[in-house]
Write a protein of this length. Sequence first.
Length: 306
Amino acid sequence: MRPASIIGAPTDIGAGTRGASMGPEALCVAGLVEAVARYGCDVKDCGNVAGPANPGLPAVDGFRHLREVVQWNRALNAAVYAELVDGRLPIMIGGDHCLAIGSISAVARHCREQGKTLRILWLDAHADFNTAALTPTGNIHGMPVSTLCGYGPRELVEIGGCVPAIRPDQIRQIGIRSVDEGEKRFLREVGIEVFDMRYIDEVGMRRTLELALAGMDESTHLHVSFDVDFLDPEIAPGVGTTVRGGPTYREAQLCMEMVADTGRLGSLDIVELNPALDHRNMTAELAVDLVESLFGKSTLLRMYQP
Ligand SMILES: [Mn+2]
């Protein structure tokens, strides 16, 4: 297992509900560092990147806190890129999902420089493909995927040094169940591959992951962007944007185990955990439990391969 680096980004600058800024601390209290270390990783705790406070302002021209979002993502981009150059697997702990702009643009740059193929698994209840024109709220945590694909304000889309940072065919979205009207049309137009909850209901998590992970090889760098609202709110209440009907505990474990089996995990985001809405840190503990599976914990040495 590659050495890993944990990078905290304690901000809720892109969210509509405050509190995700406390996510890194809650994940550490739940034992994230020890959990990753348990599965053979040499873990470096990089501490937190710094950025501006949340001023709680309304949207301007379709964006809330654009300037602050840019500052946080620039700092995070540099921190994630430095760990990748050092040969380490960055684990970005947010913070809200706007931070994926900084982390994934760094991963994409690293892949371009190393001649690696990038595959992104976007585990989320939402497609996060809004734009200033389409968004009902202006919250930038609903826009990271469109921004990474080059649709967004110049200062944000340019953060990784290459525009667009990623192509739509590099991403697979899983668990989606809440998409705004305009966003739906735009997703289809751009051609993002989405495995929504109906798809998972109909074919199962196993087949879904087989398809989402298909076509990877030794040169693939797999990035997982794990929004905790991916999970069903019954098991994961500690998020600001819960949507009913998400994956169960077992479905989520299977998803993580199948990612681990590829041996290609190269970077990870854990975002949108909101301790202010959690019950006794149960959502943070669940996230850590799932990360253990992602890093190779399994129930048994398997005797029977179905
Ligand atoms: Mn998200």
